[in-house]
Write a protein that binds this ligand. Structure first.
Ligand SMILES: Cc1cc2nc3c(=O)[nH]c(=O)nc-3n(C[C@H](O)[C@H](O)[C@H](O)COP(=O)(O)O)c2cc1C
Length: 342
């Protein structure tokens, strides 16, 4: 290798655009989609990512005025969308977890407000995709593996994101890594694929493109940004953590999710290992408990979502700088790779 692969400083001029079906479908400069981040992704983060040339997303989970973990109210979502529009003229998305009650009124607001991208996750997207038909919104479905990706394509999704084992937040049940899952999903569908899980810099973006993905969805890296609505303790803990500081909870509920280790997380894992039932585990993993860490910084008595990409995060930075540096690193990495084949 003629050059090292160390991360670059944020570029001073805009890095070259990256052209894939994802950038064309979404009308963005770089195929970098900020994941729907429950509690964390409000209008400020989404707008900062979109202004830098990626696609920001407003999370509809945990972003309500009531501080609860469920979907925000339709009025709260409308306010978030309008604030985002005031902060950016670029496309952005709204992320809607659909395995919950009260999805329809939230989806109706996203459609009424003509949000350019609607991301559906955690459930059967088919009825909601049908509802979006003719609206002009691009539909992204978050999946984990070829089978779910095929179902999303058959239901009419415009693109799928597929999240591997390294990722932060909820994961597939198969413990399949991003490196293996992405090419399998690319082979299974004709629509464009976003690689997700473990990607936090331009090296990961370039690797995802090499695997056949046409973009990336990035979660944990965007929590450790200035604009993320997360407590400073949470952001600094991400910058300090190593990959071995993450754990997977909720396996016994059938909904595994990767979090930062904490005293509370060890209690959850001990209860799961001891065979505790749903009624004992569920109160420990409520959105409100997540809020104690994510909103109020009491990390030891809560759980906060985080992926193994914490090992690639060194500082809390503005989200726009993260996007621009990822694009610059991918371009530099491409030049380095080209020289290997000369
Ligand atoms: C704090 C946090 C909250 C998340 N909340 C959501 C969510 O509400 N909806 C969703 O589709 N994905 C959610 N995810 C998953 C991300 O969208 C994305 O798939 C994942 O973070 C990718 O892995 P990475 O963290 O390694 O980048 C969340 C992830 C994190 C870290």
């Amino acid at each position: 290798m003629p050059d090292t692969a160390t991360p670059l400083a944020p570029p001073l001029v805009a890095p070259p655009a990256i052209d894939t079906r994802v950038t064309r479908l979404l009308g963005i400069r770089y195929p970098i989609v900020q994941g729907g981040l429950a509690r964390v992704a409000t209008a400020e983060l989404a707008a900062a990512v979109s202004n830098a040339g990626g696609l920001g997303q407003i999370a509809s989970a945990g972003t309500g005025q009531d501080g609860a973990g469920g979907l925000c109210s339709p009025d709260d979502l409308r306010a978030l969308i309008r604030r985002c529009r005031a902060l950016t003229s670029r496309p952005f998305g709204v992320n809607i977890p659909i395995g919950r009650s009260a999805v329809e009124p939230v989806l109706e607001v996203a459609l009424e407000e003509r949000v350019p991208v609607i991301a559906l996750t955690a459930g059967n997207p088919a009825p909601y995709i049908r509802r979006c038909e003719g609206s002009g919104a691009r539909i992204l479905v978050l999946t984990a593996g070829p089978e779910l990706a095929r179902k999303a394509e058959a239901a009419g999704a415009d693109m799928v994101a597929t999240v591997g084992y390294e990722g932060g937040g909820h994961l597939g049940r198969g413990d399949e890594t991003t490196l293996v899952m992405v090419p399998r999903v690319v082979a299974a569908v004709r629509i464009p694929v976003l690689a997700s899980g473990g990607i936090a810099d331009g090296r990961g973006l370039l690797a995802a493109l090499a695997l056949g993905a046409e973009g990336v969805e990035v979660g944990t890296r965007f929590v450790a940004t200035t604009e993320a609505r997360a407590h400073e303790h949470y952001k600094q803990a991400l910058a300090a953590a190593r990959p071995e500081d993450t754990r997977i909870i909720k396996r016994t509920l059938g909904t595994p999710g990767r979090v930062l280790a904490s005293a509370h997380v060890e209690r959850i894992l001990a209860a799961e290992a001891a065979g505790a039932g749903k009624e004992a585990i569920l109160p420990m993993v409520l959105g409100e408990v997540n809020g104690a860490g994510s909103d109020r910084g009491d990390l030891e008595n809560s759980f906060v979502w985080a992926g193994q990409s914490v090992g690639l995060i060194e500082a809390v930075e503005p989200a726009g700088e993260v996007v621009r540096r990822m694009a610059a690193e991918a371009a530099a990495g491409m030049a380095r790779l080209r020289s290997c084949f000369a």
